[in-house]
Write a protein that binds this ligand. Structure first.
Ligand code: ADP
Ligand code: MG
Length: 648
């Protein structure tokens, strides 16, 4: 019996719609591109429920007459090309005539449009591929199109729509990209009738960034251009500013926003040794290449790009970023920084990139890898310190043999004596970074972690390079990384004390300013931070206020942890509720431990070192820090003896 049936064109259209319209952000993209193609200079976007309930785009473009307003929903109806030959020279976004037809097959649409020369406009209401109503209407020149109830007739697709928050985030990123790509257009974005962004036209990309990102970003932006076969316009963050995710990176090729892993890697490589690993810069990169050297239309949604010579483009970008950072640094530091063999470095072949050769230890305090200036940190530390006003000379906080009691003892001592647990000087932080770099190289060698065994006797020799504890053991020389070891101790303390972590009320609360996008995410998860002893609430549309902190963190800026938490929440969103909670808890505890732990470069007393070793011995997983770095390694006696040829 024959089984094959021809699908009705209506059903086929619903299936095909998936190619163009998978989620709300695709619709926003198609509609805004139509507005740009129509020469609009003002575009407003309205979104409800992350676009699932409603998307409305209003433009002041050239509009449509009554005939086109009906035709535009037909499949392959386009005003942009008449034959495929024109594709070579096309300079509009659209050309397939597919978008409105696809959208119309899976949603309810209202279109209001008017051409300049017409006295009145037309209003059309349609439901999946059938015209419901057409009226003349009084309206301004341009197009106002509303898409409601997406996928109401395709439950299978509706079910797979992501959360409102995820969809809204995708729309915000797209909005940013349009703003950066079309600076001459005044864009506004509304969510649930609230204006979230208002970006009047501004051809200055740095100014655009000010409209879109948190104000601090603007102070850290550098701008540079490269002219040639491959031309670049680059606006990037300097060495003092970074993000915890890639949400600040926007790449445009021949004016199309593209997603290209290799290009963003090239951008990040340009920052080698400048910002810490796992952190990302802000980068608004416009690349122009000859049209015959690039294929942007390989994807139906036009997000991918293929170059004829990808390596050349990547290297040009990497080089430009590196040079912009170096130029900025030399300007900043003048004599304070040694950029070794500067001239040679620039004239070398592009393929032969060498690591950034400046000595971090020489940086003045302004070069901390921290979004809060060290001056602000010091000021805040001082203010909070004033809260604990006592003239008793500082007594060392013993790293208590019972880590569970440590927090209380510490807090009490601090209340009584007003001492600092530790002070982080600029040099320390810089050194920490240096040490980490060389440590990773050392790890290539044959290193072995070992247990500091309770039965084995050991003798503390001292501290090497203010970073490693040297311990004499029967079977060799044991080196302990003081930061990694203390991180492990505190991590286990935090995990055990999870719900009852000792906190301290801040006399001068910390204010954290975030982008509206980030605020939207974190406010829904403040309970997680509170559970960990970080008492934080929203105090303005773009600000959080931190009232109290775990006692170990009382002198730390918490803004980094909050920003990291936002990136973890985004990253872990696809996980089920329980795994999500576990993952976030682990990351938070690890990060809090990292912040509160003694740093590489901190000078430790004999007593403190002894305590650190004995606390480490008691931890359940003493071999590595919560981030997976080893806490110690053994240079065995056999190895030492072989080196000195006492043994073969
Ligand atoms: P394409 O953009 O590929 O041509 P669409 O389905 O997106 O296909 O749009 C079909 C046609 O509708 C366009 O070619 C254009 O003539 C018209 N159109 C759509 N949106 C607008 C708008 N905002 N302003 C003016 N005309 C529009
Ligand atoms: Mg289109």
């Amino acid at each position: 019996m024959p089984k094959i049936k021809q699908l009705s064109s209506h059903e086929a259209q619903k299936i095909a719609a998936g190619e163009v319209v998978e989620r709300p952000v695709n619709i926003v993209k198609e509609l805004v591109e139509n507005s740009i193609d129509a020469g609009a200079t003002r575009i407003s976007i309205y979104v409800e429920d992350g676009g699932k309930q409603l998307i409305r785009v209003v433009d002041n473009g050239y509009g449509m007459d009554a005939i086109d307003a009906q035709k535009c929903f037909d499949r392959h109806a386009t005003s942009k090309i008449t034959s495929v030959d024109e594709l070579e020279t096309i300079n509009t976004f659209g050309f397939r005539g597919e978008a409105l037809a696809s959208i119309a097959s899976v949603s309810k649409i209202t279109l209001l449009t008017k051409e300049e020369q017409s006295l009145e406009g037309v209003c059309i209401t349609i439901e999946p591929s059938l015209l419901v109503r057409i009226n003349s209407a009084a309206c301004a020149t341009g197009t106002d199109i509303t898409i409601a109830d997406l996928f109401f007739n395709v439950p299978a697709r509706k079910k797979f729509l992501k959360s409102t928050q995820t969809e809204w985030r995708a729309i915000q990123l797209l909005f940013n990209a349009f703003c950066f790509d079309y600076p001459h257009i005044h864009f506004t974005l509304f969510s649930e009738d609230k204006q979230i962004y208002n970006c009047p036209n501004s051809i200055d990309i740095k100014n655009r960034a000010l409209q879109l990102f948190e104000p601090v970003t603007h102070r850290h932006l550098l701008e540079t251009s490269v002219n040639g076969d491959i031309s670049l316009h680059v606006v990037i963050s300097d060495h003092q500013h970074y993000r915890y995710d890639r949400s600040g990176i926007y790449l445009f090729v021949n004016k199309r926003w593209v997603k290209n892993q290799h290009l963003s890697s090239a951008l990040i490589k340009g920052y080698a040794n400048v910002i810490p690993n796992g952190r990302y810069p802000v980068g608004i990169i416009h690349i122009t290449v000859p049209t015959h050297e690039v294929d942007i239309n390989i994807h139906p949604r036009k997000e991918e790009v293929k170059f004829l010579h990808p390596r050349r483009v990547e290297q040009t970008l990497q080089q430009a970023v590196k040079k912009a950072l170096e130029d900025n640094l030399s300007q900043h530091l003048k004599k304070d920084v040694t950029i070794k063999s500067e001239e040679k470095m620039y004239t070398e072949s592009m393929r032969d990139f060498r690591p950034f050769n400046f000595d971090l230890a020489l940086h003045p305090s302004s070069l901390l890898f921290n979004s809060e200036s060290s001056h602000a940190q010091d000021e805040r530390k001082e203010l909070n310190q004033a809260q604990l006003n006592s003239h008793t000379p500082p007594t060392l906080p013993a790293l208590s043999s019972d880590p569970l009691l440590f927090a209380e003892v510490l807090m009490q001592n601090e209340m009584e004596h007003g001492f600092e647990v530790k002070s982080i000087s600029t040099a320390n932080v810089s050194k920490d970074i240096n040490t980490n770099i060389s440590f990773h190289q050392d790890m290539q060698d044959d290193l072995r972690t070992i247990n500091i065994d309770a039965q084995n006797n050991y003798r503390l020799i001292g501290q090497y390079n203010n970073t490693y504890l040297l311990v004499e053991k029967e079977d060799g020389l044991f080196l302990v990384d003081q930061h990694a070891a203390h991180e492990r101790i505190l991590y286990e303390l935090f995990s055990r004390r999870f719900h009852e972590v000792a906190t301290i009320q801040l006399l001068f609360p910390q204010i954290i300013t975030l982008s509206s996008h980030d605020i939207g995410i974190i406010v829904q998860h403040l309970d997680i931070l509170i559970q960990h002893g970080i008492f934080v609430e929203q105090c303005a549309s773009d600000q959080l206020i931190v009232q109290s902190l775990p006692v170990h963190l009382k002198n730390e800026s918490i803004s980094d942890i909050v920003k990291e938490a936002i990136s973890w929440i985004i990253e872990c969103q696809p996980l089920d509720a329980e795994t999500f909670k576990k993952a976030i808890n682990h990351k938070l505890q690890a990060q809090m431990a990292c912040k509160a732990a003694v740093k590489a470069g901190d000078i430790l007393t004999q007593e403190k070192m002894e305590q650190l070793l004995s606390d480490l011995k008691k931890t359940a997983n003493r071999f590595s820090c919560p981030h997976g770095r080893p806490t110690g390694w053994l240079l065995s006696l056999t190895e030492i003896e072989k080196k000195f040829r006492r043994r073969l």
